[in-house]
Every structure is written in structure tokens, then in C-alpha cells.
Ligand binder design. Sequence first.
Ligand SMILES: [Zn+2]
Length: 334
Amino acid sequence: MKHLTIDPKHARPPTRTHLHHPQSLPEAITTALHPSTPGNENASLFFIGTATTILEYAGVRLLTDPNFLHAGDHVHLGPGVTGTRVTNPAIYIEDLPAIDAVLLSHYHADHFDELVENSLRRDLPIVTTEHAKDALTSGKDAGEAFTEVTSLGFWESCLIQCDGKGRNVAVKVTGTPGKHVPDGLMSKANELLGAVPPTNGWMVELGSVEAGKGDESFQNGYRIYISGDTLMVDELKEIPERYKDQNIDLMLIHLGGTTIPSPSIPLLMVTMDAKQGIELMELIHPEVTIPIHYDDYDVFLSPLSDFKKAVEEAGWTDRVVYLDRKDQFKFRVK
Ligand SMILES: [Zn+2]
């Protein structure tokens, strides 16, 4: 198990370019709760856009897949592959509150854009893939490399904790499999293979550890599975096997049916569409599912309305919560 110690006093801004950041989370437009058993909420998930969210529990804040570009901005997604953002993030990067660590599923411009890469404070802790760690820490000009990057392979874990006495808040993050391109690609599609970086999903467990005791003292209070940009592949079947008899409280599912190289040449789908999303719900069986990464780029060809329809047809409307940008979901960590 890897370790990351944080000190969530929120005294420092998350970026090096904008020095006056708010201390508190942005105000949400609407607040969603557990659809069947709400009550005693003590943690929140704020949706910024694409796969960008802020998870907050007991003063600890995690930022996922930071993407702060605006409508009309382009992202380079590989050789010959570009996307255009069609939405605005809920907040500007200069309005991002202080955060303690970033969870980056993969190094792709719709998850970690140029603006973010230039702006973030170099010593902000980032948990990500080996591939992304290389990109963030090597081959950069002096002073440009990120200095606190932790990589996790599939099923490798990192315990993020705060120092203190007694029982301390801790977050256990485990890399889960993800596959951004399907197997068996031919010719043209093979060229695109190099364009699509390897990706992780995450199991994020919010809980606590006993001060002075080892990792085995970790107790989970709320378990969140974040799919990352994966397709519905066989490798994901290991997730319910490994977490057998352990409740998955929440699933954040990256939808969108991202299709490259462009909307006019829809050659290869590299993220789940509505049908695969339903299959993943069936496999993981989370109590609550929240779709993210569904309409922010012109290369996302599967609209959220397709998923909503599929959820209705499956009779699962009470198991899904929909957030628009600037909405939040509040939940209870035991
Ligand atoms: Zn993506």
C-alpha cells in the first residue's frame, strides 16, 4: 500500500497562477440526496463538468479529472484526433477552492487540459496511472515538473490520510481496470491506439484509520466506484469478485459514447454508451449511479437522454441520480 499524507487546512491555493481562491466549495444550484433513504448527510460530490468533480468529506477535498476549458476550446486527443468543448465548466479554474489531492484517471486532454497543466500548483498531490506520472514528472523544463505524483496500477492502493491523534479521516484509493480501446483493431484504427492513453478506474473508500496503527486499521464508511474512460470489457468483472459482500454505495460512470477520430468519421467508440452503462450497472450493482462525462465534447455521441431512456426501460429510475453542472449530491459516510 502506498501512502500520501495531507494537511487539509486549505491555506494554499490549488493553482500557482491565481492566488486568490475561495476557501469554501462553490454554491450548488440543486442538491440531490439518496433517492430512497436520504438523511444525516455529511459528505458531498460537486459536479463541475466532463469527469471533473469535487468530493468532500470531513474537510478533505479530492478533485477528479480536472478539465476547465470553455465552450469552443479545442482539445488534442491524439494524432489527427481533436475534440471541441461544447459546454462550460460550472466554475472557472480561478474559482476552484483549495483542494488536497487530484485523482487523475488518465492523461488525456478532456481530463487534464493544457490550462490545468499550466495552472496547478506543482506540489499539489496527484494520484494517477504510471503513464500519466511519466508525462507529469519527466521531460519538462526546470520547475515545471509535478513533484507529488503517486502512480497506481490495477488493484494497487494508496491510503490518503491526515496526521493526528485518535481516529483519523482517511481515504483509500485503489486502481481498478479500464480499457479505453476495444481489442482487435485493424489498420486505421491501430494508428488511433497510440492516441488513447491507458486509463484507470478508481475505488474510493472514505473512512478512517487509528493513529499509530497500520493500514489494517482502515475502516470504510462509504465506497465509490469511478469507472474512468473505459468500455464495458471482461476485465471489469473482477471488480464485483474482489468486492464481493462489500457494498458499492455510489458509482460515477463515464458515459458519452466518445467516438474518434471525429463526429463526422465515427470510427471507434472509446467510452461507454447508454447500453454499456446499463450493463455496468448490472455488473457493479451500486446503490446509486451518477452519470458524468456525457455531453461536454462534440466527440461524445451518446446523449444522456439515451441513458435516461435505458434506465427507465430497465425500471431503475430509483437507482440513478442526475446532476447537471453546478449541482451536488450529498451522502452519508458511516
Ligand atoms: Zn474522456
